[in-house]
Design a protein around this ligand. Structure first.
Ligand code: BV8
Length: 230
């Protein structure tokens, strides 16, 4: 189960790392929420556009590649659950990674199309510079395909993640502060179901007590060593 720290060595800022994290520069509850978007669609859209640029420029790091290589060597033995909205696990070979918080590179319509069934559904007609595209007919806006604070996680993804936590023998929790729920509850769920849980993180997290073993290392440093030879 991975968090933002998994992509830190690919140059994608973590949320809470005080030195570079988004939390340090923006109010995430303001920006990563539906009310924040409705209050300032252009400002939130530009924040995501900047992040999308960073994701597209990033490359999977040695940690992503170690997980991808293991999955190729042992089909069906590794399930990746990620809180991350980038595509680095997928580009490293874990194409079936469970996305708990969606996909930053995807666009969705903000509202149900009022004309569904009576005409062509919403069609992006125009977008002012730095503004989210808008349907010229009904004013519906596009929004990033991520799960915002206060929004439910996709049921299929959450169910698949819970099943993996219930059935796995080992859960590695990599690069998460354990601050965001319900993802943060998956380590305790796996431990409660009998799994051996290890946390890979250079710093303490809010869920360290759920682990049998703490690996004080980074994703790109520790994962290749952990998976070497398997
Ligand atoms: C929901 C997409 C029903 C958007 C994100 C229970 C208790 C308290 C609060 C709640 C609760 N249940 C629900 C809530 C409310 C809320 C929540 O959890 N709030 C928290 C902040 C208190 N949860 C929700 O709203 C969720 N929805 O539950 O729906 C509901 C609805 C309303 C009310 C109740 C229930 C939706 C949550 C999803 C939010 N969307 N992302 C976007 O990206 O813009 S979350 C966002 O944070 C990212 O996905 C990120 O991945 C995620 C979690 O953070 P981390 O991944 O852990 O990243 P962080 O920066 O925190 O930590 C990085 C870690 O990496 C650090 O520990 C660092 O030491 C380490 N690290 C650094 N470098 C490295 C490293 N590790 C390894 N290697 C390195 N090199």
């Amino acid at each position: 189960m991975t968090g933002a720290g998994m992509s830190a060595e690919s140059g994608i800022p973590t949320f809470r790392d005080a030195r570079t994290g988004y939390w340090a520069r923006f109010d995430p509850m303001q920006l990563a929420s539906e009310q924040g978007f409705r209050a300032d669609p252009g400002g939130v859209w530009r924040w995501y556009a900047e992040r999308r640029q960073g994701v597209r420029a990033a490359q999977p790091n040695a940690g992503h590649l170690a997980l991808g290589a293991f999955a190729q060597r042992h089909p069906g033995r590794l399930t990746v659950i990620t809180q991350n909205v980038d595509d680095l696990h997928q580009r490293a070979g874990n194409s079936d990674a469970i996305r708990l918080h969606g996909d930053i590179l995807l666009d969705l319509w903000l509202d149900e199309c009022p004309r569904r069934g009576v005409g062509r559904p919403c069609d992006t007609a125009w977008a002012g510079a730095g503004e989210p595209p808008v349907c010229g007919e009904c004013g519906n806006r596009l929004r990033p395909g991520v799960v915002w604070f206060g929004e439910n996680l996709p049921l299929a993804a959450l169910t698949a993640a819970e099943q993996a936590a219930d059935q796995c023998e080992v859960m590695l929790v990599v690069g998460t502060s354990g601050a965001v729920w319900p993802a943060a509850g998956l380590a305790a769920r796996a431990r409660g179901a009998g799994a051996w849980v290890a946390i890979v993180n250079p710093d303490a997290s809010e869920i360290d007590s759920d682990a049998h073993q703490l690996v004080r290392g980074t994703a790109a440093g520790a994962l290749p060593a952990l998976f070497d030879g398997w």
